[in-house]
Design a protein around this ligand. Structure first.
Ligand code: CDP
Length: 210
């Protein structure tokens, strides 16, 4: 297979897109970029430095992207607010495109990968799951990190974030017209990976040697 493999994965909060992205990247031996961590890092840097998000977007370092505080729920909410800022999005665009254009290919997950960042990607997924299933997953994640989440609050926050991400004018959360829709409501991570690999095999993308 000679076509450079770029896999674009989008979907709402806690839909399973990050898990699928990591597993596909490891299966194909590709680098992976969780683009949500960029917006989270901008929100965190803006609050720590007391600067506007578009200023913070120009100050990100590798350490910012590895900060464990990025996964806090409050940072997810703040990220979705800074992500509506077109100046912030413009400042993060080139880094994401360069990542996608690496010689060996790449896997990127986010909200606008198939529509704005990599519209020519040969493989696009739009990953969804019911609000109930997404809430259960996020509650589980927060508990695993030692938190004591209140389920109705987690649900309300996911809803609010999806509304904001889908409703913004610049690069809203949307499925690309050629994206393969994967509803993971009743799938564990293994089944979601198997479904994604089956789709990709049908398009001629298989791991070398399999
Ligand atoms: O992990 P989760 O699905 O909760 O969120 P995330 O992927 O870490 O993204 C955090 C926020 O960043 C989202 O709610 C979006 O507002 C924003 N984002 C975006 O606008 N564009 C992207 N490509 C990725 C994330």
């Amino acid at each position: 297979m000679s076509e450079r493999l770029v896999v674009a994965i989008d979907g709402p909060a806690a839909s399973g897109k990050g898990t699928l992205a990591r597993r596909l990247a490891s299966h194909f031996g590709l680098p992976h970029l969780d683009t949500g961590s960029l917006y989270r890092a901008v929100a965190l840097r803006a609050s720590r430095d007391g600067v506007a998000p578009e200023v913070a977007a120009g100050r990100l370092s590798a350490a910012d992207l590895a900060d464990p505080a990025l996964r806090d729920d409050a940072i997810g909410q703040a990220a979705s607010r800074v992500a509506a800022n077109p100046e912030v999005r413009a400042k993060l665009l080139e880094f994401q495109r360069n990542f996608a254009n690496q010689a060996g290919g790449a896997v990127l997950d986010g909200r606008d990968i198939g529509t704005v960042i990599c519209p020519a990607a040969p493989v696009k997924f739009y990953v969804t799951a019911s609000l109930e299933a997404r809430t259960d997953r996020r509650v589980g994640e927060l508990r695993a990190r030692g938190g004591d989440p209140i389920r109705p609050r987690v649900l309300a926050e996911l809803e609010e974030r999806d509304r904001r991400d889908s409703g913004r004018a610049d690069a809203p959360l949307r499925a690309a017209p050629d994206a393969y829709r994967l509803d993971t409501t009743d799938m564990d991570a293994e089944r979601a990976l198997a479904a994604a690999l089956a789709y990709m095999a049908g398009k001629g993308f298989r791991r070398a040697g399999s």
